[in-house]
Ligand binder design. Structure first.
Ligand code: NZQ
Ligand code: ZN
Length: 389
């Protein structure tokens, strides 16, 4: 087992009717009676979540910030940071999916930052968020795990960039995770959520064996559960049993637990982020496109775990090579069965120079050795993308 260092301070309030806890939760982190509530394009008004939140906070003056986009945009978030400074906000409640929660993480850092916050996302030397205001979340879309981790991904469409940030300051103080929100989700978003959680698990599992038997079983448990419930929750999103299991799987897939003592990859995510930056393809769909091709490219390096995954999760039999090949097909087939297309050409016909564009971006950023064995080079990235068209 590899060494590890783990902390997760986020308090999770899981289940129905947790909103009445909001005043006591918030008052632990701000003495002010004015807070910001930040949200996206308005789904929280249609499904009643905003009313539940507002009704729980009658004694608070609420500054609303609306319009955080899917793939939250730097310029929008900077407007929110300006409002926080002007209104002297020191607590934000993020009400939404991964984009709103990620956006709020960035706003919390940018509100306290003196320079150009884009430099932080570019990871320029000495440009870091060293202070941040506090935030909590009300999750409305099980997918990213952002409600229980300290990472965020921020986009800039004007530059066709999508960049990551994070650090201990960006754990939510608390997250309310009410699975009944799944009932109002469009099928597209439910399918995205299943795939994103599945891929977070694979990124921390499909590497090489590290003798962490518990962590491997936990990952396999999440994968098996998602395979079992995925079609059911898509079919019947109001079913609490399926919805609550999806939500808990998604939180567990990226709350820091699965990475303990194991090797991790994350290259599928890094390539996927470029596809979203260039074409706006939904995050989870980029992963479904890239992962099968990345596993083919890294077949020998990942073979031992591919075989374990095939045997334990998909109950495959045969030779090691047969199982390892078949499980890649099973994985892609699972994504397809959820209604997710796994080829770039299904999303855009404008992909002539794509493979070299993504390769160059990896090269320029100095991402020359990726993956758990540092074996994925920019030229592999070219092949992976070219094979994904
Ligand atoms: O904006 P509104 O109107 O709220 O609509 C949203 C949005 O259009 C809608 N939605 C959310 N909850 C709903 C709902 N519609 C009806 N009923 C509900 N209950 O769903 C749409 C998509 O929302 P979004 O937040 O963008 O989706 P998701 O949660 O999949 O987040 C994706 C973002 O998270 C990042 C991705 O890169 C992407 O930017 N990620 C963040 C991670 C993290 N912080 O750890 C890890 C992930 O790998 C990922 O990169
Ligand atoms: Zn993801």
């Amino acid at each position: 087992m590899l060494n590890f260092d783990v902390v997760n301070p986020t308090r999770i309030l899981f289940g129905k009717d947790q909103y009445q806890n909001l005043p006591s939760l918030i008052s632990s982190f701000t003495k002010k009676s004015k807070i910001m509530i930040a949200y996206g394009g308005g789904s929280i008004f249609k499904n009643g979540v905003f009313d539940k939140v507002a009704n729980a906070l009658p004694n608070y003056e609420i500054v609303q910030f609306s319009g955080i986009e899917a793939n939250p945009q730097f310029h929008t978030l900077m407007k929110a940071a300006e409002i926080c400074k002007k209104e002297e906000i020191d607590f934000i409640l993020a009400v939404g999916g991964g984009s709103v929660i990620d956006g709020v993480k960035f706003i919390c850092g940018a509100t306290k930052y003196k320079g150009d916050a884009w430099d932080v996302l570019l990871r320029k030397e000495n440009c870091v968020f060293s202070e941040a205001i506090s935030f909590g979340t009300v999750l409305t879309l099980p997918a990213t795990g952002s409600e229980a981790n300290s990472g965020a991904v921020i986009s800039r469409d004007d530059l066709k960039e999508k960049r990551t940030m994070g650090g201990p300051l960006f754990f939510p103080k608390f997250s309310i995770c009410d699975p009944t929100v799944v009932a109002s989700l469009p099928k597209r978003q439910i399918a995205n959520g299943i795939v994103d959680a599945y891929m977070h698990t694979l990124e921390q599992y499909l590497t090489y064996p590290t003798d962490n038997l518990l962590q491997e079983r936990e990952a396999e448990g999440i994968l098996s559960t998602l395979i079992e419930i995925g079609p059911k929750v898509l079919n019947d999103p109001s079913n609490y049993k399926w919805a609550s299991n999806l939500m808990w799987c998604a939180t567990h897939a990226l709350n820091g637990n699965l990475r303990c003592g194991v090797a991790t990859d994350w290259t599928t995510h890094m390539i996927g982020h470029e596809l979203t930056a260039l074409y706006g393809i939904d995050h989870a769909r980029t992963l479904a496109i890239i992962a099968p091709r990345l596993y083919q490219n890294q077949f020998e390096n990942k073979k031992e775990k591919l075989v374990q995954y095939g045997r334990r999760v998909w109950l495959l039999t045969g030779t090691e090579d047969e199982i390892a090949k078949e499980v890649i097909q099973k994985t892609e087939g699972f994504f397809n069965s959820l209604g997710i297309e796994t080829r770039i050409s299904a999303y855009t016909s404008d992909h002539k120079d794509l493979a070299s564009t993504v390769q160059n971006r990896f090269q320029e950023r100095g991402w020359l050795k990726m993956g758990e064995r540092q074996a994925i080079t920019p030229s592999d990235v070219f092949d992976i993308v070219a094979n994904s068209l």
